[in-house]
Design a protein around this ligand. Structure first.
Ligand code: HEM
Length: 347
């Protein structure tokens, strides 16, 4: 199996920067983006070495529109633009985005430094669509005061939930990523009694205990985002972060979900916005609304490394097999001899 980018399954850290960028379409801009993306791990290593306990990582992920120009015609089967949702006053918009950089660390200075270095390398080949600086709020809470991330899968279940496997061998080790930037109406939320807030989330506020099924409403956030298929829970991994302006400007939750298929996340969104059954929607949406919605695919480490290879070499293998001195590893990172040896390390 190819290696996932280290940030995908990292632990909850205290700081993050989410950059959504548009990539220019000229050959030069695309080539530069490819080269920089293939080398992001080097920048992360150099900055991360300044504090080895800082846990610095940067996940690189590509949107549906830019995928062929950056990565080639073969694409992850379920990579498509975010599908907007509308139901009554609730609206989940679909917004553009070619490149997602999800930077995380225990310290914001590490995040800022590596993000700035990557942006310098990308230069004018990209332009900013959105930039959000997230912070951990007290004990892993959202700005609404509830602990966020408790029911994330751990251990083997985490890998099984996030990483593409044998179903798409060419993209194994990669993950689908969905981001949405939610803005909260905090004065409205703060005007609601804690007991009612707990019924909306489905957990107690202070000690983060799940409400008993007997008292948990069917519209609770954690009821509508729990999916069961063939008797098993379908999990996703959330690296959500609070963000915001203290002066009363935009503040909220940056939702970022990783999964081996976008379908569970899409189903959760449908349950939240439209309802399960229809009309039984997530009452958290009476207090918060998304202003962005974009899908990406974060390829494996080995796949990213191939982006540094000249385009023609990657796209058009020579027709005469005799002219090849040795077998080239494919995108799956496999030489078909059951070993990862020989995968170019671009170092
Ligand atoms: C404003 C945006 C959101 C906020 C403030 C928020 C907050 C929370 C909180 C406080 C919990 C309970 C603790 C936990 O298990 O992590 C939770 C659970 C969860 N949320 Fe969200 N969430 C948001 C959006 C979303 C979205 C958009 C999705 C999926 C598309 C989602 C999926 C989940 C899942 C899967 C759980 C765990 C359910 C369980 O297994 O109990 N959340 N969320």
């Amino acid at each position: 199996m190819n290696d996932p980018q280290p940030g995908v399954n990292a632990l909850q850290l205290r700081a993050a920067i989410f950059l959504v960028l548009a990539v220019g379409r000229t050959d030069g801009e695309l080539e530069r983006t490819r080269t920089v993306c293939a080398d992001v791990d080097k920048l992360v290593r150099a900055v991360g070495a300044r504090d080895s306990a800082g846990g610095l990582s940067c996940v690189v992920a590509f949107g549906s529109d830019i995928w062929p120009a950056i990565c080639g015609e073969s694409r992850p089967a379920e990579l498509h633009p975010f599908r907007e949702l509308r139901s009554g006053p609730r609206f989940a918009p679909s917004t553009v985005g070619d490149l997602l950089l999800h930077v995380a660390a225990e310290r914001m200075d590490l995040c800022f430094e590596v993000a700035a270095q990557i942006m310098r390398e990308l230069g004018a080949s990209v332009s900013r669509i959105d930039e959000v600086h997230g912070f951990r709020y007290f004990d892993d809470r959202d700005l609404i005061g509830f602990v966020d991330g408790t029911e994330n899968p751990v251990g083997e279940a985490r890998l099984a939930a996030t990483l593409v496997g044998a179903e798409e061998p060419e993209f194994a080790g990669g993950s689908y990523v969905v981001v949405q930037k939610y803005l909260h109406d905090l004065p409205k939320w703060d005007g609601v009694a804690v007991e009612e807030q707990e019924r909306i989330i489905g957990r107690t506020k202070l000690d983060d205990v799940e409400l008993d099924e007997a008292v948990k409403p069917s519209f609770a956030h954690n009821a509508l985002t729990t999916l069961v298929e063939n008797g098993e829970e379908l999990k996703i991994l959330r690296h959500n972060m609070p963000f915001g302006d203290a002066t009363g400007g935009d503040s909220g939750t940056y939702f970022i979900g990783y999964a081996r298929s976008p379908r569970p996340i899409e189903q959760m969104l449908e349950n939240m916005f439209v309802g399960r059954p229809e009309g039984n929607y997530d009452h958290l949406l009476d207090f918060t609304y998304p202003v962005t919605g974009t899908n990406f695919f974060a390829p494996s480490v080995q796949f990213l490394a191939t982006l540094a290879e000249p385009r023609l070499a990657r796209e058009e293998p020579p027709t005469d097999p005799q002219s090849q001195p040795s077998p080239r590893p494919g995108r799956s990172g496999s030489l078909a001899i059951g070993s990862l040896k020989g995968v170019p390390q671009h170092e």
